[in-house]
Ligand binder design. Structure first.
Ligand SMILES: [Zn+2]
Length: 336
């Protein structure tokens, strides 16, 4: 995991502001880092936490040499506490907030301060939010709390108003690509990942570390292109490829992921049809996209896009997944 500010990709102004304010002694005790999913909020929180717990003087932190910096570097600093939703839960529980309050009352172990990173402040249980609010209002002097959220409007307003807000935005695709190339990803792959990321470096980096995600997308798009090249009467057998015969929940998950990728493909077909192939997201599919956009007119592409979105919504709304995909396969255009 990225830990230092130097490795952070994009959002330079927000990052520099947060970092410099602390170095100049103008830091505060509560931050709310906002921005879209997988943009790098947690990475920034962890990098900032390493600065706060460094034993060196603030202008030089993180010094990289003190015991605290060594512990942060191993991702095991006893004074940096990560609070996040437990696996099977939908919210951050009151008992987790209670643990923050308890830990914040103790002396730090290695540093002179403790840092609590609360991931996704919008899913705090009501009682958890209220308890945390008290700590944010009257924090122990050696405690820093960093909250993150995808959706600042869903954070309790009384919490939000007491935090210094740091907003992260999507970054230019060229910046994402450069960040990947600096990590050793080759140029074409970096370009593809940057486009797919929609400007979210966190997504691009985690996907480049986990190639299985890209393989799944590849399988989904290959399946769609195969469907379009298959006569309707023979398409239903193709639905099997997304089906898990034992677990309907798994089938649902697979189909939702596939339809999400298919929507991006149809959007690209539309962009291609409009004569802007340089703007397509699935750049590695340019050949098939050009072919489809040459054979179909705009209303046909829009209909396919709309129909795919509809099937995706049906999956989310608990419609039988087999019915959802069969209906969709029969409605998609025939390019044979
Ligand atoms: Zn240090």
């Amino acid at each position: 995991m990225t830990r230092s500010f130097a490795d952070f990709v994009g959002n330079d102004a927000a990052v520099t502001q947060m970092r410099n304010a602390y170095a100049r002694g103008q830091g505060t005790h509560a931050y709310l880092i906002t921005g879209p999913a997988q943009i790098g909020k947690r990475t920034l929180a962890v990098a900032f936490a390493a600065q706060v717990v460094c034993n060196g003087p603030p202008p030089e932190a993180p010094c990289g040499a003190c015991p605290s910096c060594h512990a942060s570097g191993r991702n095991g600093h006893p004074d940096i506490h990560l609070v996040e939703r437990r696996d099977e839960k939908r919210t951050i529980l009151t008992e987790q907030a209670q643990e923050v309050i308890h830990q914040s009352s103790l002396h730090p172990y290695l540093a002179t301060r403790k840092v609590f990173i609360v991931r996704e402040a919008s899913i705090l249980e009501n009682e958890a939010a209220n308890r945390l609010l008290k700590t944010i209002e009257e924090p122990p002097p050696d405690t820093v709390i960093i909250l993150t959220t995808n959706d600042a409007d869903q954070v309790l307003p009384t919490i939000r108003s007491r935090c210094r807000e740091v907003g992260l935005r999507t970054v230019p695709l060229a910046t994402v690509a450069k960040g990947l190339i600096d990590r050793g990803v080759d140029g074409d792959q970096a370009d593809l990942l940057a486009r797919l990321s929609g400007g979210r470096p966190g997504w691009a980096i985690s996907t480049s570390d986990d190639p299985a995600q890209l393989t799944r997308r590849d399988d989904h798009l290959t399946l769609l292109e195969t469907v379009l090249e298959t006569r309707r009467a023979r398409r239903l057998a193709l639905a099997d490829r997304l089906e898990d015969s034992r677990q309907v929940a798994r089938t649902r998950e697979r189909m939702a992921a596939a339809f999400e990728d298919w929507v991006t493909w149809w959007r690209d077909a539309l962009v291609c049809h409009a004569g802007c192939p340089e703007l397509i997201t699935n750049i590695d599919r340019e050949g098939a996209l050009r072919q489809a956009s040459g054979r179909l007119d705009a209303p046909q592409i829009i209909a396919a896009l709309t129909r795919t979105r509809e099937a995706w919504a049906h999956i989310d709304a608990n419609v039988n997944p087999r019915l959802a995909i069969e209906g969709l396969l029969l409605d998609l255009p025939d390019l044979t």
